[in-house]
Design a protein around this ligand. Structure first.
Ligand code: SF4
Ligand SMILES: [Zn+2]
Ligand SMILES: [Zn+2]
Length: 321
C-alpha cells in the first residue's frame, strides 16, 4: 500500500496511500481521520441517526460491512451486528468465520440466522426452486431478515456497508434503464415507514479502496473474495466502467453520485414517497405485505421442500443487483 517517496498532505510523514480524487497522499493516521470525517459528514448531512439510536449493522464478512461496524463502535455508537448465512458454498462458510471472529475479538454483540438451518433452504436452492436469478432471491431474503431482526430487536436503524463505488455503480445501472422507481429510493437514508425500519448507508462518501485501507490499518481481517455469484454481473461491469472514467478524470465518480443526491433526488422525492399501498400483516410471519402471505414466506414454502442445489449449478444465472 506504501506510496514510495510521497508525503502525507497533513503531516509530511511518509504516505501509505495516494487518493487522486483528493489530489493528495496520506499517512495511516491521516487516512483514518479522513475516513472518520467522511462518515461523520454523511451521518450528519443526511440525518442518518443520533447517538441515542440503537443500530443494527448488516455484516457479510467483507471489508465494507466490518469497516462500518468498526467505525460506528469507535465513534461511540451502540451498534450490534447481524449476519445471515446464505448457504452459498465455501463463500458463506468463510464469510461467517470472519464475522464471528471480528465480533468475538472485540466483544461485540452479533445476532445471526442461517437460511438452511432456520428456514430449510439456501440461495442456490431457492433460485432453482423459484426459477429466479440468485441475486433476486438473495436480496429478498436479506431485506426481509434485516427488517425483521431490526423490528423484533427494537433497533432504530439498519446500517449497511454500501460505499461510494457501490452506490455510483447502482446509480449508473438505474440511469441506463431510467428506472425511476429505483432512482427515487436510491438515497443514503430511507426513513422508517409502513412497518419497515429506517435504513442508512454511512459509507456513501468513501470508496472501496478507502474502506480497504481502513481495514488494513485497523488490523481487521475480512473476506477478500467476492460472492462467486457476483462474478461477471452487470454491477461489477458498471464499477469497471466508472473506474475507467475515474482514472482519466479523478473525482467524477463522487460528483456523479453526490450531484444526483443533491440535485436530482429532491425532484424525485414525491415519487419515492408514494405509499406502497394498503399493507397488512403476513398471516405467517407478521411482516408488512400487500397480500395475505409475504414474498419471503412464499419463497420459504417454494424452496424448503426442494432438494439442496450446489452453488456451481446456478453460477450462470446472475441478474441485476
Ligand atoms: S452477489 Fe448476489 S447472491 Fe451473492 S451475496 Fe450478493 S446478492 Fe447475494
Ligand atoms: Zn499524516
Ligand atoms: Zn411472511
Amino acid at each position: 500500500m506504501a506510496v514510495s517517496g510521497s508525503k502525507c498532505r497533513s503531516c509530511k510523514e511518509p504516505a501509505v496511500i495516494d487518493l487522486p480524487r483528493h489530489n493528495a497522499n496520506f499517512c495511516a493516521e491521516h487516512l483514518l481521520q479522513l475516513c472518520r470525517r467522511q462518515v461523520t459528514k454523511a451521518i450528519e448531512d443526511y440525518s442518518m441517526f443520533s447517538p441515542d439510536d440503537r443500530i443494527l449493522v448488516a455484516v457479510s464478512g467483507g471489508k465494507d460491512s466490518l469497516a462500518v461496524w468498526d467505525m460506528l463502535v469507535e465513534a461511540g455508537y451502540e451498534a450490534d451486528g447481524f449476519y445471515v448465512g446464505l448457504g452459498i458454498g465455501d463463500y458463506s462458510d468463510e464469510s461467517g468465520r470472519f464475522v464471528h471472529a471480528f465480533a468475538e475479538e472485540r466483544g461485540l454483540t452479533l445476532l445471526s440466522t442461517d437460511l438452511r438451518s432456520d428456514f430449510g433452504y439456501d440461495i442456490p436452492t431457492a433460485a432453482r426452486a423459484s426459477k429466479r436469478v440468485p441475486c433476486s432471491v438473495c436480496g429478498l431474503s436479506k431485506r426481509h431478515l434485516f427488517d425483521k431482526a431490526a423490528i423484533d430487536g427494537g433497533y432504530d436503524v439498519v446500517v449497511t456497508g454500501h460505499n461510494l463505488d457501490d452506490e455510483a455503480a447502482v446509480l449508473l445501472g438505474n440511469v441506463l434503464h431510467w428506472d425511476v422507481d429505483y432512482l427515487a429510493r436510491q438515497l443514503p437514508v430511507l426513513e422508517a415507514r409502513d412497518g419497515f425500519p429506517r435504513k442508512a448507508k454511512p459509507l456513501v462518501r468513501l470508496t472501496e479502496r478507502e474502506t480497504a485501507a481502513w481495514c488494513v490499518i485497523r488490523g481487521i481481517d475480512y473476506l477478500v473474495e467476492e460472492c462467486p455469484i457476483a462474478a461477471g454481473n452487470r454491477h461489477l461491469h458498471h464499477k469497471d466502467v466508472l473506474n475507467a472514467i475515474e482514472k482519466e478524470s479523478p473525482s467524477t465518480k463522487s460528483a456523479f453520485y453526490n450531484n444526483f443526491i443533491e440535485n436530482m433526488a429532491p425532484l424525485l422525492a414525491e415519487h419515492g414517497s408514494v405509499s406502497s399501498g394498503d399493507l397488512q400483516h403476513c398471516t405467517r410471519c407478521g411482516a408488512p405485505t400487500s397480500g395475505e402471505v409475504c414474498a419471503f414466506c412464499r419463497l420459504v414454502a417454494t424452496a424448503s421442500p426442494h432438494e439442496p442445489v450446489p452453488v456451481e449449478l446456478v453460477l450462470g444465472r446472475r441478474g441485476r443487483r
